[in-house]
Design a binder for this molecule. Structure first.
Ligand code: PLP
Length: 465
């Protein structure tokens, strides 16, 4: 009989199994102990402590290459020219080395704050290869981007058009820009919703675009190179993208009739498997259905296919990462209908707020041993003072899960480190990379001293300063 508290789609198979597509490619157990990128996670824990985020460099770079190749192939023409730019969405996870990996794989970098811009520039990314996003870039951020010579700004509002134009004029530059359109298509996972109006903060509507495009074209310090849209995240199939591409192409054709508009940026949002129940369409199929939709719309409108840009973040880096924690307490909670085992670990919403923020689901496994024990329905909780501090809402773990076990959570490469906080004055975990079994630090673990050092009231205590 199914466990009454277990979600229907949760697979109650072998609680040691590492589902394909959920765990980083190549993750395996050797004598029961889990390896990622050739590194034994228990040895990594020994050397670096827990929790840690470990990113498999080969997986991240392989996925960057794969998505670029998929879109280049889908949009290829007989002329054999390169028709696609792939921007890595740095918001998913940006460290100097991650930026360098992406550049080495032929991707550009999308940043959306002065901090992300600084990381990319200091990592050696050419300013020309950077796109700068954001709905409320500060004047200082705009000036920094213009001064560095970023390739494009994505403009989000009429006020920002004037601000970027003024900053470019002061710097004596002509700044290339895109205009972000809220196209009326929202997509998440399996479904999309198409509306004509959107109640959200990003971009301008299709109706507002023509007047703003005229204004941009009047400003001598701006050069409009294209339109931009982004319809959501964790999208599993191509239908929402295709609908947004059709709408964007129609607007693109209208606005490109009077003056050149060479590019169309269709954003990111390509979904990944966090659990074995998630079945995203292969990226090659999504790329082809998007290319078919763009070509069909261009044919119908009698316009050439524009140069396409996309901005994937999660798809590239999410499945390349795992987070490992140490189990601290294990507690059965008896409920009407059954027992749920609460497994509390030494991290939580501070290093991964996604379950608390959006009810995100993850998969977990004991990493330092395999077990013959029967599966027990577990909930992995963090150590923070918040009942919503859940790491994995529901998972089948071996019933002998115990304090001291190393517990790995899959697919934490994206939006975990970048969304991490110091809630409960908890230092943030390090970001480690593994390559051919060798582990190195990309971002070091935060220390209690890092936290104390920012508290001006503590600096005044004699002897402690
Ligand atoms: C404008 C824009 N582009 C790209 C992305 C990346 O999305 P994802 O990581 O889901 O691919 C986001 C995510 O929020 C976004 O807002």
């Amino acid at each position: 009989m199914p466990h009454p508290l277990a979600p229907q789609l949760l697979d109650q198979g072998d609680p040691n199994a590492l589902a394909d597509g959920v765990w980083p490619d190549g993750a395996a157990r050797v004598d029961g102990a889990m390896r990622v990128g050739g590194a034994d996670l228990a040895e990594v824990a020994e050397a670096h402590g827990t929790p840690f985020l470990l990113v498999d460099e080969a997986v991240a770079r392989g996925r960057a290459r794969r998505i670029r190749t998929a879109f280049e192939a889908a949009f290829a023409t007989d002329a054999d020219e390169q028709r696609v730019d792939v921007y890595y969405a740095g918001k998913a996870l940006l460290t100097a080395d991650v930026a360098r990996w992406m550049r080495a794989e032929g991707l550009r970098i999308d940043v959306c704050s002065g901090g992300e811009l600084a990381i990319a520039l200091r990592a050696g990314v050419e300013a020309e290869a950077i796109g700068f996003h954001g709905n409320n870039k500060s004047l200082a951020e705009i000036e920094a981007g213009v001064a560095a010579g970023v390739g494009t700004f994505v403009l989000d509002s009429p006020i920002e058009v004037e601000r970027v134009a003024a900053a470019a004029e002061r710097a004596g530059r002509v700044q290339r820009v895109r205009l972000r359109i809220s196209v009326g298509v929202h997509a998440s996972t399996h479904e999309f919703l198409a509306t004509s109006h959107e109640d959200q903060k990003f971009g301008v509507t299709v109706g507002e675009a023509p007047a703003l495009v005229s204004r941009i074209r009047e400003l001598p310090s701006l050069e409009l190179v294209g339109l931009h849209t982004h319809i959501g995240s964790q999208i599993f199939d191509g239908s929402g993208f295709a609908e947004s591409a059709r709408r964007m192409l129609a607007l693109h054709a209208e606005l490109g009739a009077d003056a050149p508009l060479p590019e169309l940026n269709l954003g990111g949002g390509f979904g990944i498997a966090y659990t074995a129940a998630d079945r995203p369409e292969p990226i090659e199929r999504i790329a082809h259905s998007l290319a078919d939709a763009v070509r069909a719309a261009a044919d119908e409108l009698g316009v050439p296919v524009p140069r396409i840009a996309i901005e994937p973040g999660r798809w590239i880096i999410g499945p390349a990462g795992i987070t490992a924690y140490t189990v601290g307490t294990v507690k059965p909670v008896h409920l009407d209908g059954g027992v749920r085992t609460y497994v509390s670990v030494d991290g939580g919403m501070g290093d991964n707020p996604r379950p608390a923020l959006y009810g995100a689901h993850y998969s977990a496994r004991i990493a330092d041993r395999a077990s013959d024990a029967a599966p027990a329905l577990a909930r992995v909780a963090g150590h923070h003072c918040e009942s919503g501090d859940i790491v994995v809402d529901a998972e089948w773990l071996p019933a002998d899960v115990a304090p001291g076990d190393l517990l790995a959570v899959a697919a934490t490469g994206a939006y975990c480190h970048s969304l991490a906080s110091n809630y409960n004055a908890t230092p943030r975990p390090p970001v480690l990379a593994v390559r051919d079994g060798a582990v190195r630090v990309l971002v070091r673990r935060e220390s209690i001293d890092d936290l104390l050092g920012r508290d001006a009231g503590l600096a005044a205590i004699p002897g402690d300063a």
